[in-house]
Design a protein around this ligand. Structure first.
Ligand code: THU
Length: 144
């Protein structure tokens, strides 16, 4: 995928990195493992996994782990995220971002441009814009 430095990061590479995160996914309660790889406009990649909690609600999704890692070191501009997930880490279906994660994406991403890659393997994926997954979303522009 294109970026500022013109170094191409392939979709396959993003998928590979997202799948690689499944090993770190902490899911003693659901067993549903999710991995994410977030690509900045500058071409850097931040990965994330879901991290569950005995109190349940503090659970952090893989997508938000990746976003918060990136934003916490100064990143603000993103071009794409790859998300993979499945029970026990077996990728049978696409794992689409939950509503909370879509809202976090809305904070930092242009909904018409930001791409969400859902994959079950490096060969099997579909790409959606944030606009498609969060139509008429509420974002920073609404408060400007
Ligand atoms: N999960 C994610 O990591 N991302 C999503 O967008 C959907 C849900 C995680 C949270 C929880 O650990 C498990 O999947 C089951 O909900």
């Amino acid at each position: 995928m294109g970026n500022d430095q013109n170094q191409e990061v392939s979709i396959e590479e993003l998928i590979r990195l997202a799948i690689d995160q499944l090993q770190f996914s902490y899911t003693p309660y659901s067993g549903f493992k999710v991995g994410a790889a977030l690509l900045t406009k500058g071409g850097k990649i931040y990965t994330g996994c879901n991290i569950e909690n005995a109190a349940y609600t503090p659970t952090n999704c893989a997508e938000r782990t990746a976003f918060f890692k990136a934003v916490s070191v100064g990143e603000r501009e993103f071009q794409a995220i790859c998300v993979v997930g499945g029970q026990d880490g077996v990728l049978t279906d696409y794992a689409a971002p939950c509503g909370v994660c879509r809202q976090v994406m809305m904070e930092f991403c242009n909904p018409q441009q930001f791409q969400i890659i859902l994959a079950t393997s490096t060969q099997q994926y579909e790409i959606f814009t944030l606009q498609e997954l969060l139509p008429r979303g509420f974002g920073p522009d609404n408060l400007a």
